[in-house]
Write a protein that binds this ligand. Structure first.
Ligand SMILES: Nc1ncnc2c1ncn2[C@@H]1O[C@H](COP(=O)(O)OP(=O)(O)OP(=O)(O)O)[C@@H](O)[C@H]1O
Ligand SMILES: [Mg+2]
Length: 287
């Protein structure tokens, strides 16, 4: 299917403002750039097909598409959890595809990752989990010994405060509710000093109320700190509520890219190849 492009005038130039309304300033150019990116898995499955995509600082992008459309592959290729097989990905103007060794570690340090299953060390305290966001700033030996400078501890506690769970700092991670655990992983990305947050179905294991709280946290942090945020979501209404820009994937191809206002029911039907199902609406499904 041919890509559906919404040629807002601002798309065709170097934009002065991103969709979120944040002013360009600190950064000169795009935060994430996909240049003709394709990914073919070793078994021949096409994960991504010739993706051309530019994400600007401070955008809150939601990626939608049917199961198997390539959403996780797209997100995970950004920090090279998955290696792409063709093309190049640039982070803040630098090629992560070509980077090796220290430059790669430095680029990865700028990218926080949030997963559906939280990816916490369950038997460690919340604070220690958040501090793990600091490891890339220190020598391996120091972090193996669990030694973090006091500033890091303060930074970690501040990050916990921002997601309203400062009081859980010394509790074991597995004693927290799912929503609280997801907040710990957001705090870890904050402590990491990430410029980019990639969240792969961050609310898929949460109930509707907790879902809203976690999405609100992500959005607030995006707005307060200008952290470029890309989230994979299953729910159409959530995508519309939180995104400034929606990207639609179908069979590894970019089939929709536009501001949230353009993501009508018809647009979603095109992305999905069928009308929206009621299971894809959190409001009706979950309330
Ligand atoms: N490790 C792998 N080896 C081979 N094929 C894979 C692998 N991981 C994913 N795929 C395939 O790549 C395609 C895209 O998968 P991906 O996980 O990116 O989809 P998705 O949009 O995230 O789906 P979901 O909504 O179910 O999470 C699918 O056809 C999938 O089966
Ligand atoms: Mg996925």
């Amino acid at each position: 299917m041919a890509a559906k492009w919404y040629k807002l005038p601002l798309y065709n130039f170097r934009r002065e403002r991103c969709y979120c309304g944040a002013k360009k300033g600190r950064f000169d150019g795009p935060m994430i750039e996909f240049q003709s990116v394709s990914k073919v898995y070793p078994n021949g499955t096409v994960g991504l097909k010739d993706i051309q995509l530019t994400i600007y600082p401070g955008e809150f992008v939601v990626i939608v598409g049917l199961s198997g459309a390539g959403k996780s592959t797209l997100l995970r290729s950004i920090n090279r959890l998955h290696e792409i097989t063709h093309g190049e990905i640039l982070i803040d103007g630098k090629s992560i595809t070509a980077a090796r060794g220290k430059p790669l570690r430095m680029l990865r340090r700028d990218i926080g990752m949030i997963f559906q299953n939280f990816n916490l060390v369950k038997r460690s305290t919340v604070l220690r989990n958040v501090l793990s966001g600091r490891v890339a700033y220190h020598s391996t030996l120091r972090t193996l010994l669990g030694l973090f400078p006091r500033e890091d501890v303060e930074l970690a506690l501040k990050a916990l405060e921002r997601v309203n769970i400062r009081d859980k700092a010394f509790v074991r991670a597995d004693q927290l509710s799912g929503g609280q655990q997801q907040r710990v992983s957001i705090a870890r990305a904050l402590a990491q000093g990430a410029k980019i947050i990639l969240a792969d179905e961050p609310v898929a294991s949460l109930d509707p109320l907790t879902t809203k709280q976690v999405m609100d946290d992500l959005k607030r942090i995006n707005q307060e700190s200008g952290i470029t945020t890309m989230v994979n979501l299953h729910f159409v209404d959530l995508a519309r509520e939180y995104a400034t820009r929606i990207i639609g994937l179908r069979a590894g191809q970019l089939v929709f890219d536009g501001p949230v206002e353009a993501a009508t029911d018809e647009a979603f039907a095109e992305i999905y190849g069928r009308p929206i199902d009621k299971d894809e609406l959190l409001g009706r499904n979950g309330a």
